[in-house]
Every structure is written in structure tokens, then in C-alpha cells.
Design a protein around this ligand. Structure first.
Ligand SMILES: C[S@@+](CC[C@H](N)C(=O)[O-])C[C@H]1O[C@@H](n2cnc3c(N)ncnc32)[C@H](O)[C@@H]1O
Length: 243
């Protein structure tokens, strides 16, 4: 997508409505991450509005975060407990935080917001440097198999059809480059609003190699936070890496 910059995807407009519709996996995700964290600390890469970090912190776990969007972090700060979370502003691939964590996690397809293989590998390497010896790196997102089942490598999905708004999700897939170009298009009497997102997905096997490059190994792989078995029909992938 010509002229696209990742920072365009999470501005004021998106941040304001981000929490209106829950993804629905929050309870299970928090239980999974809390179990891994035990009495240790956690770091969320791309913490956003705190959808996962806040309920995790409410369990008595110290959760720090990294994000590049001031608008998303403003939403986090406005929520109960949001002011107590330490957030580093910047690219999560750098993992520019002091110290080590028992759990570092990146969820909701967000690892794929790093748009090159190099940057994703760099992220794994920097995460490894900030994990305790018994620490875990948890990566959650959709299975790329979904894109390979698309007819003509693209779709238009009617997300909202209401009297005052029609919202379309428009997506195109490039199998050779593993790139996804997408825009959420809102049509209202006030005008048209575009929300572009570009992602570079990686197959689970590629994630495992990135982990190896960083000195980590796959410990667990599931199709969901409730430890559903992962197979070729799974929509989602939860991968847990450690030393
Ligand atoms: C889909 S939201 C996920 C937020 C949160 N993790 C959740 O599950 O609700 C993606 C978040 O990633 C952040 N983000 C995207 N690319 C980033 C990058 N390279 N460095 C830091 N944050 C990034 C965005 O600002 C946004 O807050």
C-alpha cells in the first residue's frame, strides 16, 4: 500500500472506538498468561488500550507495556488502573525496556504489524534478551491458512449495515510476499473514513525458526487460549516459546 505508515492504523478515530466491540477472548487470554507469569512480571508488546494488560494486572501481576500510538495509550490511561501501568513509547521490535520478564506477549495478530521478516526476527532476538531464564514469549494471532482459502486472494466483508452507517472490511492477500493490505471503510452521511492496515504474516513454522535464531524453542502450540489442539483448520495460533 503506497505511502502507508504503521502509525496511520491506530490514530484518534480508531482508538476512540477500539473497545466498543470486545474480541471475546479476554478472560481466557488473561487466565493463560497469568498461569505462565506465576509470581513473575509481564510485558505486553503493543499494549494498546489495555484490553488484556488491565485485567492481567488486576490479578496482582505487574504488567508493563510498549506501544507507538499516543491515542491508544490515552485510552489505556483513562481506564481504572491505566495510570499505574508503565508504558514505553516506541517500536515494540526494539523492546527498549530495562530488566527481564517472566512473560512477554504479543496478541491479536500484532507481531505481523512488523512489516519485514528482518524486523520480526529482531523482535524475537530482543524479546529473548529480556526474558528471565525460565521466561516465556507468547505469540497469538490468526493462522495464515485463512488467507490461502480466500477466493481470488481478496474479500469485501459487510461489517456493519445500519441506517446511518455502512462499514466494509476490504482485504487483499499476496501469497508470494505474505503481505495483507486491508482497509476498514466507514460510509456515513458525514462522509467516508478509511482505516488502512498492512501486515506481513508468518507461518507457525517460520515463527519457530525466528525463535531458534533468537535462542528460543517452541514449548507449546495451541489453537486457542483454552489449549484447543492446533491443526490445519484452526483459525488461530497460540505459540509459547522459552529457552
Ligand atoms: C490490534 S491493536 C492490539 C492492542 C492490544 N494488544 C490488544 O490486544 O487489544 C495493535 C496495537 O499495536 C500497536 N502497534 C502496532 N505496531 C507497533 C509497533 N511497531 N510498535 C509498537 N506498537 C505497535 C498499535 O499502536 C496498537 O495499539
Amino acid at each position: 500500500m503506497k505511502d502507508y505508515e504503521p502509525v496511520m492504523s491506530f490514530g484518534e478515530d480508531v482508538a476512540k472506538i477500539y473497545d466498543e466491540v470486545e474480541r471475546g477472548d479476554e478472560v481466557e487470554a488473561v487466565a493463560f498468561l497469568a498461569e505462565l507469569a506465576g509470581r513473575g512480571t509481564a510485558l505486553e508488546l503493543a499494549i494498546g488500550t489495555g484490553r488484556i494488560a488491565l485485567p492481567l494486572a488486576a490479578q496482582g501481576i505487574r504488567v508493563d507495556g510498549i506501544d507507538l500510538s499516543p491515542a491508544m495509550i490515552a485510552q489505556l490511561r483513562a481506564k481504572p488502573g491505566g495510570a499505574d501501568i508503565a508504558v514505553t513509547m516506541g517500536n515494540f521490535a526494539d523492546v527498549a525496556v530495562p530488566g527481564t520478564y517472566r512473560v512477554i506477549y504479543v496478541v491479536f495478530n500484532t507481531l505481523f504489524n512488523l512489516l519485514t521478516q528482518d524486523e520480526q526476527v529482531r523482535c524475537f532476538e530482543n524479546v529473548a534478551a529480556h526474558l528471565t531464564d525460565d521466561g516465556y514469549f507468547v505469540v497469538e494471532g490468526l493462522s495464515p491458512a485463512f488467507f490461502h482459502r480466500l477466493r481470488n486472494d481478496q474479500y469485501v466483508d459487510a461489517e456493519v449495515i445500519e441506517v446511518g452507517e455502512v462499514r466494509l472490511d476490504v482485504l487483499r492477500h499476496d501469497m508470494a510476499t505474505q503481505m495483507i493490505e486491508e482497509s476498514h471503510v466507514s460510509l456515513t452521511p458525514a462522509g467516508v473514513r478509511l482505516n488502512p492496515v498492512v501486515q506481513r504474516y508468518a507461518w507457525p513454522s517460520e515463527l519457530d525458526l525466528m525463535a531458534r535464531i533468537a535462542g528460543l524453542r517452541l514449548k507449546e502450540r495451541w489453537a486457542g487460549w483454552s489449549r484447543e489442539p492446533f491443526n490445519s483448520t484452526s483459525a488461530n495460533v497460540v505459540s509459547v516459546y522459552g529457552r
